[in-house]
Design a protein around this ligand. Structure first.
Ligand code: GLU
Length: 504
């Protein structure tokens, strides 16, 4: 088998959609599985769509995911340049070669003329296709006399180079996912290969680069399938061996209706990009939302591929081991934001508490709260099971760090009784007299006092939790008070008695 060399070839036109990240991931998994090379090629020949910052964004996204580039604009390599705009002269030469071979031609039609032809066809209920049916009547090097078109070139009249689509030929080719495909050339147009701005189009640059970079397998999104017949023909015209092709299924909206778009994410509150996009119309990213790259990659790998077993949790190494193109699905994969969270929950549960404590410490630091790791680790142990993201630790534990500012009205309505303030005042003095303020001593003492007084334990404990936490949530109340300490506990009871008393 030819050495495996695959490429991810994004155009730097904005943030990289998660569908694009999945394409990169599958290319990477395939390459690593077969001991091959993963190349990052920047396809920036469409100058009108170039967006500043996109190239860096793409590289950082791959790095965050743990998709390591073997050859690329940063890494270098023997097959460079890896940015297409850095080699436009090479593409021009190849376009010239095709003209010499008679498989491409110069076309001088202006955009206005073409637009008019399109409109006229539309009026008659037809679609205008620039191919063998009309090219003889248009202004190009096939219809004009050689001296005339050469003169036009000499005069500097703007031109494009078009591919000369063969007449009525059934093209046969294979896709590793979709199987055998047959397309008749009469349904195709004479695509532009080289533009009047001196730049190649995607089609020419893509094929020439894949050849020069010795790409063995082209793994890319389904949206490129319609371009495949032209690409196969270009390989034939150049006399090059074509790589094998695999067109990946689309990522669909959560309801399965159509392609997943940024708007779906905005509407439903989940990101469709790996990282935050800071330019122009900003967009949320998985990284900044608190996802672990391992969880993100694991989730993405299973969107369009299955291992053929029940296994759902995969490290990158395991993915490399298990991945095969044969198990990539033909039909689109529905994106499920809840499943994405589920993966993060799983990975968080499997992190050790010390690691999580360090991550949470960073989060707290940003809020100006400083705590030592040992304490945070204990806290994490108390609430971990309920948490899917590091930021959730705050929602679960804020009352450990700050006294409640408000009290849950529903709880007050249901649990606050006329005798509650008095009971809490008593409770305060019971706690005040405890020297060893730890969970077991405080629990025993408080419970003994309740029993002794004949109070309703539920009622007292609910009110106690309300003044300490502000609501009826959180871990064991005696763990909480031992953590915040005696002084703070007494303060909260004091504050709680008056405020909730007024509200009740
Ligand atoms: N530049 C194309 C893109 O943006 C590459 C398609 C391909 O992989 O051939 O997706």
């Amino acid at each position: 088998m030819q050495p495996v060399r695959v490429r991810f070839a994004p155009s730097p036109t904005g943030p990289l959609h998660i569908g694009g990240v999945r394409t990169a991931l599958y290319n990477y998994l395939f390459a690593k599985k077969h001991g091959g090379i993963f190349i990052l090629r920047i396809e920036d020949t469409d100058q009108t769509r170039f967006v500043e910052g996109a190239e860096e964004y793409i590289m950082e996204s791959l790095k965050w995911c743990g998709i390591n580039v073997d050859e690329g604009i940063k890494e270098g390599g023997k097959h460079g340049p890896y940015r297409q705009s850095d080699k436009k002269d090479i593409f021009r030469q190849y376009a010239g070669t095709l003209v010499e071979k008679g498989d491409a031609y110069f076309a001088f039609d202006t955009p206005e003329q073409l637009e008019k032809l399109r409109m006229d066809s539309e009026k008659n209920g037809n679609t205008f296709i620039y191919n063998s049916s009309v090219r003889g009547e248009l202004k190009n090097s096939l219809s004009l006399k050689e001296t005339d078109w050469r003169n036009l070139l000499l005069q500097g009249v703007p031109y494009v180079i078009r591919y000369k689509m063969p007449l009525n030929e059934d093209l046969h080719f294979d896709d590793m996912i979709r199987g055998h495909i047959v397309v008749n050339t009469d349904t195709l147009d004479d695509k532009v290969l080289f533009k009047s701005d001196g730049m190649p189009t995607y089609h020419l640059a893509n094929i020439v680069d894949d050849h020069l970079m010795e790409i063995s397998h082209v793994i890319r999104g389904e949206e490129w399938l319609p371009s495949l017949p032209l690409h196969v023909l270009l390989y034939r015209s150049f006399g090059w061996r074509a790589p094998l092709f695999a067109h990946l299924p689309l990522l669909l909206k959560p309801d399965g209706k159509g392609k997943l778009s940024k708007r779906d994410g905005d509407r439903m509150g989940f990101p469709v990009f790996p990282l935050f996009w800071p330019y122009g119309e900003t967009a949320k990213g998985y990284r900044e939302e608190g996802y672990y790259p391992e969880a993100f990659v694991n989730m993405l790998a299973l969107l369009g591929w299955n291992p053929g077993t029940e296994q759902e949790i995969f490290s990158m190494e395991e993915l490399i081991d298990a991945f095969s193109i044969e198990r990539v699905h033909k039909s689109g994969s529905r994106f499920d934001p809840e499943k994405a969270k589920w993966f993060n929950h799983y990975y968080l549960q499997n992190r050790d508490n010390n690691q999580l404590a360090m991550e949470f410490r960073e989060f707290l630091r940003a809020k100006g709260i400083h705590y030592d790791i040992v304490h945070l680790e204990k806290l994490i142990g108390l609430v971990k099971e309920r948490v899917s993201f590091v930021k959730d630790f705050w929602q679960e534990t804020d009352f450990f760090f700050v006294a409640p500012e408000t009290y849950d009205r529903e709880v007050i309505k249901k649990k606050w009784k006329p005798e509650t303030p008095l009971q809490l005042t008593e409770l305060k003095s019971v706690l005040e007299n405890i020297d060893e303020f730890n969970p077991s001593v405080t629990e025993q003492t408080v419970k003994a006092w309740i029993e002794n007084k004949g109070y309703n334990i539920g009622a007292v404990m609910n009110a106690f939790r309300l003044v300490v936490v502000g609501a009826s949530r959180g871990p064991h109340i005696f763990d909480i008070i031992s953590w915040i300490g005696k002084e703070e506990t007494l303060k909260r009871i004091d504050k709680g008695i008056s405020i909730t008393g007024e509200q009740a």
